[in-house]
Design a protein around this ligand. Structure first.
Ligand code: B12
Ligand code: SF4
Length: 470
């Protein structure tokens, strides 16, 4: 069977004006995971439209498309094109799960929820000549997960080819998050076995890893055993974690010993009132400053994530957030405009109050206001969002952030990392267009390992020998 798997790009990503570094970070892990379930004699390709053109002149037996909200329009366009030629089309992923009826109009078969149970079921049905029109995931386990087909990924096109997930979902229930809707009908947080996760890590060449798990620290027993197993593997890694996880005694230290050098932390808001509104219970009453200090003391760089536009936010929120982040010495920040995804509680709330502006999914990209904010205008929210980026990444701000670091080495790394992301975007653009994003990986590793130098009060920390990156 000839199978073509596609991750479509949102319109912006194919235009000459989009910010390619973001879209050249990670390969399409979901599709490479599903490809692992195919038979050895199936012919399969994975095309990621963010980094390569989709050649639609072929005639595969099966087209499989992963649909995110922002790429839904493009996904449907590709699906319609292949279906018009009589090719069977499968659609799955987050947006299909949120709006199955919409997706079903463009597919022969749709899949709701994670694919590890439904996809192999479909393949068996297809081979038996009776594929269904819809599969809903209910059995949640990663026990029989085959190795991810990383051989199908063009590694050199990505800055971070070694992305990995060893769990699915998250134990929390934030109002704006995709997670509750996606995992409806079964467990919403589960992990691989530690041995299977370590085996997957072992299969990855080079040194650098990026865990894309929603909450790698969410099951402390699993995480602790994983970090123990990773000690001595010589890895440098990045991941996402919650404020609560960082403050948990012991676990962070183990993570650092196993190579954690940078953490994406969901602070989300500096307005306490917003946290209750968004059911972000795990952040309430936590000392955000203590979180940053604890990470810094352990040599871990911080990417702070902030959401603007919650109901308690007024026009003063942008300056307050940026000032706080700079004053704390946070190296990089990611700002988002609150975006109600269909299927979330936030969406239902906004819809009931008639606050949604439209359903143009392309623009549900967290950079565009798609609802009526409570304490400012949509224009103020959008302007404030862009201003926050500009203000945070000014040279003056980067230098002020760097000045909070106690050592010269710490200051230098701060400038290298923060400046590297934002100030040299034109240079990244050239690297990416030359399809050489992978060549920049050693640079990232060097910066991360610099941050790995532990503070003086800790016991001496030896960096593992560098491993050459293919
Ligand atoms: C890595 C990542 C990115 C990367 C790359 C994405 C990629 N290459 O796949 C980058 C940085 C480019 C990115 C960008 C954006 N992202 Co993003 N990203 C993620 C992240 C952190 C991990 C995705 C991942 O690899 N998961 C692991 C794999 C194994 O899971 P999976 O891809 O979901 O695939 C499984 C299932 O979905 C299902 N499945 C998927 N497709 C199909 C198809 C079939 C046929 C079947 C059977 C099953 C199936 O089976 C797979 C195995 O279980 C997720 C968070 C998350 N946990 O998903 C957010 C997330 C997907 N991103 C999100 C958003 C909003 C964006 C952006 C719009 C904006 C932004 N501010 O980041 C942009 C634009 C993306 C676009 N192109 O349209 C939202 C999506 C919301 C939605 N409803 O669609 C998420 C969920 C984050 C969040 N919590 O809100 N993102
Ligand atoms: S902690 Fe993050 S991943 Fe978990 S529910 Fe909240 S927003 Fe979603």
């Amino acid at each position: 069977m000839r199978v073509k798997m596609i991750l479509p790009a949102l319109t912006e990503a194919t235009s000459p004006f989009f910010r390619p570094i973001k879209y050249s970070l990670f390969p399409p892990l979901g599709l490479a995971t599903l490809a692992g379930y195919l038979d050895p004699d199936d012919e399969v390709t994975v095309t990621d439209e963010h980094v390569q053109k989709v050649d639609t002149s072929d005639e595969p037996d099966l087209v499989v498309i992963q649909v995110y909200i922002t790429s839904a329009r493009r996904a449907y366009e590709l699906a319609d094109l292949y279906r018009a030629r009589g090719v069977r089309v499968c659609l799955g992923g987050l947006h299909v799960t949120s709006l199955p009826d919409e997706a079903a109009r463009h597919a022969d078969t749709i899949f709701c929820g994670p694919g590890e149970d439904t996809w192999p079921r479909f393949l068996a049905d297809l081979r038996a000549g009776r594929p269904a029109a819809r599969y809903d995931s209910s059995e949640r386990t990663l026990a029989a997960l085959p190795p991810v087909r990383r051989d199908l990924i063009a590694r050199e096109r990505y800055l971070v080819p070694n992305s990995i997930v060893v769990s699915r979902g998250c134990p929390h229930v934030c109002d704006f998050c995709y997670k509750e809707a996606f995992f409806e009908g079964g467990k919403s947080f589960y992990t691989q076995t530690v041995d299977a996760a370590l085996a997957e890590i072992d299969r990855l060449p080079g040194r650098h890893l990026y865990f894309l798990d929603d909450h790698l620290f969410g099951n402390a027993r699993f995480a602790s055993a994983l970090f123990d197993g990773m000690r001595g593997m010589g890895r440098l890694w990045q991941a996402a974690g919650t404020v609560k996880a960082v403050l948990n005694p012991g676990l962070l230290e183990k993570a650092v010993e196993s190579g954690l050098r940078s953490l994406f932390v969901g602070f989300e808001t500096v307005n306490a009132g917003n946290l209750t509104e968004q059911r972000k219970w795990q952040n309430i009453d936590r000392d955000y400053g203590a979180v940053v200090r604890r990470l810094r003391d352990n040599g871990v760089m911080v990417n702070g994530s902030f959401v603007f536009g919650m109901d308690e936010d007024d026009p003063s929120v942008f300056d307050r957030t940026v000032e706080w982040a700079i004053g704390q010495g946070i190296e990089t920040a990611t700002f988002h405009i609150l975006t109600p995804y269909p299927g979330t509680r936030l969406y239902d709330r906004m819809a009931k109050a008639d606050r949604l502006l439209h359903s143009e999914w392309d623009r549900y990209d967290t950079r565009t206001v798609v609802f009526k904010p409570a304490k400012m205008t949509a224009q103020q929210l959008e302007d404030g969002y862009w201003r926050a980026y500009r203000d945070f990444y000014r040279w003056g701000s980067i230098l002020r952030g760097a000045a909070t670091k106690p050592t010269l080495r710490g200051k230098t790394r701060h400038v290298a990392y923060a400046g590297g992301w934002k100030k040299f975007e034109p240079a990244w653009d050239v690297v990416i267009r030359a399809k050489r994003a992978g060549r920049a990986l050693p640079l990232l590793e060097a910066t991360l390992s610099g941050f790995g130098s532990r503070p003086a009060r800790s016991e001496p920390h030896r960096e593992p020998e560098p491993v050459s990156v293919s």
